[in-house]
Every structure is written in C-alpha cells, then in structure tokens.
Design a protein around this ligand. Structure first.
Ligand code: B12
Ligand code: SF4
Length: 573
C-alpha cells in the first residue's frame, strides 16, 4: 500500500463521486451569502450519546468541577485557521446548551459517527433557520456523501488547507458544496489551536496533537483510510508553543490525541526528550497520556523516555489475546511478543495501560470470552474498553464483509461498546455474541474482580511518574467522594474488597488503586444502567469457575449449553 493519505481511494472516491458527480469542485449549487463587517462563525460540538467513554459516574460523583472528558480540538484548530478578522465562538454541547438564535453568519458542526444523529438534527435546525451550515470532522471526512442534503458545504478531510479556501470563497459569496482534501497536509502548517475559545477548566484532560497517521494496517481501522500510513508530525517548536498556551492557563492533564504516538519512533523519541526538557526548564510538570501500539514495549529507550517525560498512561489497541484473530485482522505488531509481558513491562516503567479489546473476529468463538476474561484479569487492565467488531464504512473490513454478505443488524452502529453491531459473526450466533459480551463486562466489574485486577497490576508496577501534579487535597477529595458515593453503597463486601486491594505497603501506588476503583465503578454504573440489568455479585460462582479455568470451555461445550451464555442468562433482569 502506498503511503498516501487515503489507503482506500477507490472506495472513498466512488461513494463521494456518486453523490457529488465526477466534478466535486463544482460550484453550481453554491449559496450566496454576502454581508458587510466581520464574519461571525459559530462552531458546535454536538452532544455525545452516553458510552463507556463518557465516564459519566466519575464526572458526576468524583471529579469535582469537571463536565466532560476532553475538548473538541478539531474545532479549536479550525477556529485558528479562520481569517483574523472573523469572530469565532465554540459551543460544546457536552457542556453548554446550543443557542437557538446565534448571532452568526455560518454555523459549523463537527462530529464522529456516534454524534451523527445529533449532528444531523443541529444541521437541519440551523439550516431551517436560514443560517449557512457547514459540516466537518471525522464522520464527514469519511462519508461526505451522507451530508450533502443537510448542509450548504461539507468539509471532508483535514481542514488546514481547504478551510482557508472555504473562507475565501465564502467571503466572495461563492462557497462550494464540497471541500475535500485529497493530498498531504503537512502538520507543520497546522496552527496553534484557539484554546482560548474552550472552557478548558471544565474538561478532565486537554487534547494536544503531535502526529496523524499510523504505519500499521489493521483491517477494521478507519484511521489509515482518513490519515494514511505515513505518520506526519508537528515540529517540536510547535508543540512547545501549544504547551506555552496550556501552561499559561494552568492546565496539567494533557492527552496527546495521536493515532499512534510512536508511528515514527525516532521523532517520538525527540519529542519525549523535548517534553522532559521543556517541563524541567519551566519547573512545570504535566500528566501526559497518549495512544501507542504495543510494540512500544520492545524498545527500552522509548519506555525510559516516556517515563522521563512524565507520561502517566497510554491507550493500546490490544484487541485480542488470540493470535489467530490478530493475524486475521492484520494486527501483526501484537503477535511479535508476549502481550502480557509487554503490558507488565509498561507497568515496570510506571506507565498505566488502558486498552481496547474486540470481540467478533472470524476466528472468535464463544471460547474467546473466557480467553479475553483471563487476559484482562491477569493483565490488571481496568479501563478495558471491550467492543464488538464494527465494520466502519470505507474500511477494508467493511468491503470484505459486504462482499461476503455479512453486514447486517444495526447499520447505524458507531460505538462498538454498545450491545449491538453491524457484522454477522462467523463462528457464533449474533445473540450468543451479544450475551457473551455482556457477561464478560458483568464478570469483570464484580467487586472481587476489580480488586483482583488492582492487585495484578500493582504487583508489577514499579512506581508512579516522578512528578505528580495532583495535590494531596485533590487526591483526598477524590478518595472521600469515591468512598461515600461508590464504595460504601456497595456494602460490607465491597468495603472488604476495596480495603484488600489498597497497596498500603507501597503508599505511592495508592492513588493508582483509587483511580482504578473510580474507573471500575464508573464502568459498572454504565453497565447497570445501559446493559439491561445490574451486575449481580451473588451469581459469581460460574464466573469464578470460568476465570480460574476450572470450567474448561471449548466451542462444542457452548453449542449445547454455553457457560458464558448461561452466565448472561442468570444475570438477566
Ligand atoms: C480525542 C478522541 C476522542 C475523545 C473525545 C474528543 C472530543 N471531545 O471530541 C474521547 C476519548 C472521549 C473519544 C471517544 C470516542 N471516540 Co474518539 N477519537 C479521538 C481522536 C483520538 C482524536 C480526535 C481529535 O481531537 N483530533 C485532532 C483534531 C485536530 O483533528 P480532527 O478532529 O480530525 O479535526 C480536523 C478535521 O476533521 C477538521 N474538522 C474537525 N471538526 C470540524 C468541524 C467543521 C465544521 C469543519 C469544517 C472541519 C472540522 O479540522 C481539523 C483540522 O484538520 C480521534 C482519532 C483522530 N485522529 O481523529 C478518535 C475518533 C474520532 N474517535 C472515534 C470513536 C469511534 C470514538 C468512540 C465511539 C469510541 C468507541 N467506543 O468506539 C468514542 C465515542 C465517545 C462517546 N462518548 O460516545 C473514531 C471516529 C470514527 C469516525 N470516523 O467517526 C476516531 C476517528 C478514532 C477511530 N478510528 O477509532 N474520542
Ligand atoms: S495500530 Fe491502531 S491506528 Fe494503527 S492501523 Fe491499527 S488500529 Fe489503526
């Protein structure tokens, strides 16, 4: 595959051309809006439907003063690309209500696939009010053809160059219906985002971006369709300028929202060294987190640099402990080393691991649930975002399953952690997959299993990042709120598991254990409310047998009376 932006040009091109016609730059449908005075642009991030990623319970009960997880960096970047004379406002609907009659000439609305429903409602509303509406962001980049009837203009792809073109056209009254980036955007041309337009204090963590793209080629991934396989990066000076802005307003918690922070390892190493030097120079330390591929664990120098730069956590797409499933999905980078040993190696460098897991590969059988369960328990990973395999439009997986006639069920599904997907599994029934998936979560989120995972993690954890940015008062507040709202309501049994999981003899790790309880109880609250029935501690016997390996499971066992499906049934409301 070439290293160009679009790994699937034919797919992307044909769908777009079908809607817009071959000449995608035509301006015949242009809407003419001319006004004197500075242009006024309102940018909106639509409300997300609740998911595991909302961390709702933690936001409501434990993290005081925070309203949502992270800000819409795309909108802040877009704002910085506008002509200086434009007046720009950003409304994040996850924090504030959207205005019904904004003083604006243009309303721009972003969105991932999960936000598409709300994005469409907002586009229709503002268009109906006579505003000029523009759509952009992840889903518009992937499927611009879905937006044409709803918008005056669609911006598909990275906006660094094409948004400037749109602004010029709009000012001259000749905006086109589609602006589509088809080449390479050099990230050195990306401006410092307008952080000043975001209410940064209301987010748990603030986003920053160093690179786009990933060198790997997982079959289900839309990242390489949108951003290509050649990682492109900002310069160190650019990152420094962005950190200056965040430092000036007291931000401490920063998420590098790169698709794969180590996509270009030499440049990642340079950045990590730079981040260390920057923080030391100013005596100002951030808590960093990012997304990396598992091969990070093979490079000791890289791990030491992450530690030096004060990285607290990384998110890794582990997907499956089953090597056959990994090979099937072309995730070869996870097959080259023992995955459990890799996770523990990160722990030994004081770096916490959050991870994605997928159920529904062709090689997966009902026995896969037990395998996933065992791996997640042994690895001690708490933020284990287990998802059903989803075929995202324009990906090689979507193409293959469409040809095989295996796309079905819910064509609108976008969040793979919901109880439904759009693929037909190969070696188990759809319902079997759903109930096994639900049971897997239920079992992992039992108090006993939350505690055991903490112990399985702290056992391998060397220490926490040297420079903690949390004050003692802040940590104590979290502990008190966690205990009052989460631990105590669980009764004596939960208090027992909580106490036995706290590493009293290694006090520096206590905040880590507390953080894991916050994650565990937040995910449990979501399952209780959204997965149809509460996690039930009383029927842990089957789960215990499953985890200890006492219940030897084979695909044939499940055909007659699946242990995991039985577990699910016993938990149904
Ligand atoms: C940070 C992040 C999050 C944050 C939230 C960020 C936020 N508040 O918006 C968190 C961690 C909460 C999150 C959660 C999820 N995410 Co997310 N996330 C990302 C990530 C890593 C970075 C996004 C970002 O900030 N990029 C940096 C900015 C600068 O780039 P950009 O957004 O692409 O914006 C550019 C252009 O699109 C354009 N643009 C952006 N907005 C607009 C608006 C207009 C009007 C215009 C004209 C242009 C424009 O200009 C920008 C500059 O070029 C992306 C991966 C990626 N590389 O995009 C995934 C990604 C967006 N997430 C994705 C998914 C699937 C999810 C989840 C559903 C996970 C899941 N369970 O499957 C959840 C949903 C959350 C929920 N509550 O339901 C997918 C979306 C797929 C799609 N094509 O729609 C992506 C692409 C990753 C992936 N492939 O898996 N996510
Ligand atoms: S490692 Fe992650 S970003 Fe890279 S291709 Fe695979 S799923 Fe996509």
């Amino acid at each position: 595959m070439s290293a160009s932006r679009y790994a699937g040009p034919s797919l992307l091109d044909s769908a777009v051309a079908e809607y817009y016609g071959a000449d995608q730059s035509r301006s015949t449908d242009s809407v003419i809006f001319i006004r004197s005075g500075p242009m006024r642009l309102l940018l909106i991030n639509p409300k997300f439907p609740e998911s595991f990623w909302s961390f709702q319970w933690a936001i409501d009960k434990v993290f005081s003063g925070k309203r949502t997880i992270s800000p819409p960096l795309g909108l802040a970047t877009l704002a910085a690309l506008c002509p200086e004379s434009w007046q720009v406002e950003i409304v994040d609907e996850n924090i504030d209500p959207v205005p019904s009659k904004p003083a604006a000439d243009i309303v721009g609305i972003c969105g991932m696939g999960v936000q598409f429903k709300r994005q469409k409602e907002l586009l229709a509303f503002y268009k109906g009010q006579g505003y000029f509406v523009v759509a952009g962001g992840s889903y518009a980049s992937l499927c611009p053809e879905l937006y044409a009837p709803l918008t005056d203009s669609v911006v598909a792809g990275e906006a660094e160059y094409i948004w400037k073109e749109f602004c010029r056209d709009f000012e001259s009254g000749a905006a086109k219906p589609l602006y589509r980036e088809t080449g390479e955007v050099a990230l050195t041309d990306s401006p410092v985002p307008r952080f000043d337009l975001l209410k940064l204090a209301q987010y748990e963590v603030v986003s920053l971006q160093f690179s786009r793209g990933c060198p790997f080629r997982c079959e289900f991934c839309d990242i390489i369709v949108m951003f290509g396989r050649k990682p492109r990066t900002k310069s160190l000076e650019q990152v420094g300028r962005e950190l200056d802005r965040l430092r000036a307003v007291g931000v401490r918690s920063v998420f590098f929202v790169d698709d794969n922070f180590i996509g270009n390892k030499p440049l990642a190493k340079d950045l990590l060294q730079f981040l260390h030097d920057y923080q030391e120079k100013y005596g100002y330390w951030f808590d960093f987190g990012t997304e990396v591929s598992l091969n990070v664990a093979q490079d000791n120098q890289l791990l030491s640099l992450f530690q030096l730069a004060n990285f607290e956590w990384v998110f890794i797409g582990i997907e499956s402990p089953d090597e056959e499933s990994l090979k099937e999905t072309l995730k070869f980078q996870n097959t080259r080393q023992d995955m459990l040993a890799s996770v523990r190696k990160l722990y030994s460098h004081g770096i916490n691991v959050l991870a994605g897991f997928i159920i529904g590969f062709d090689h997966d059988t009902v026995a896969t649930f037990e395998m996933q369960h065992r791996f997640i328990m042994q690895s001690g990973i708490h933020a284990a975002m287990i998802g059903l395999l989803v075929a995202i439009p324009k990906t090689p997986l979507y193409d293959r399953l469409e040809k095989e006639g295996r796309l079905a069920a819910d064509p609108d599904v976008q969040d793979n952690t919901k109880l439904g997907t759009n693929i037909i599994p190969k070696q188990m029934g759809y319902e079997e997959m759903i109930s096994g998936f639900r049971s897997l979560y239920c079992s992992l989120l039992e108090d006993r299993n939350i505690a055991d995972r903490i112990k399985n993690k702290t056992r391998y954890f060397a220490g926490v990042p040297e420079h903690t940015t949390d004050s003692f008062g802040g940590q104590f507040g979290i502990l008190v709120r966690l205990f009052v709202h989460g631990v105590a309501p669980g009764g004596v049994a939960r208090i027992f598991h909580f106490v036995r999981s706290i590493p009293f003899f290694r006090p520096t790790l206590i905040p880590l254990a507390i953080g894991d309880w916050v994650v565990g109880l937040t995910m449990r609250d979501y399952v209780d409310r959204q997965f149809g029935g509460k996690v039930d501690e009383s029927d842990g016997a089957a789960a215990r047998a499953l985890e200890s390996g006492a219940a030897e499971v084979s695909p044939s066992d499940f055909q007659s009376g699946p242990a995991v499906a039985g577990l699910a049934a016993s938990r149904a409301p």
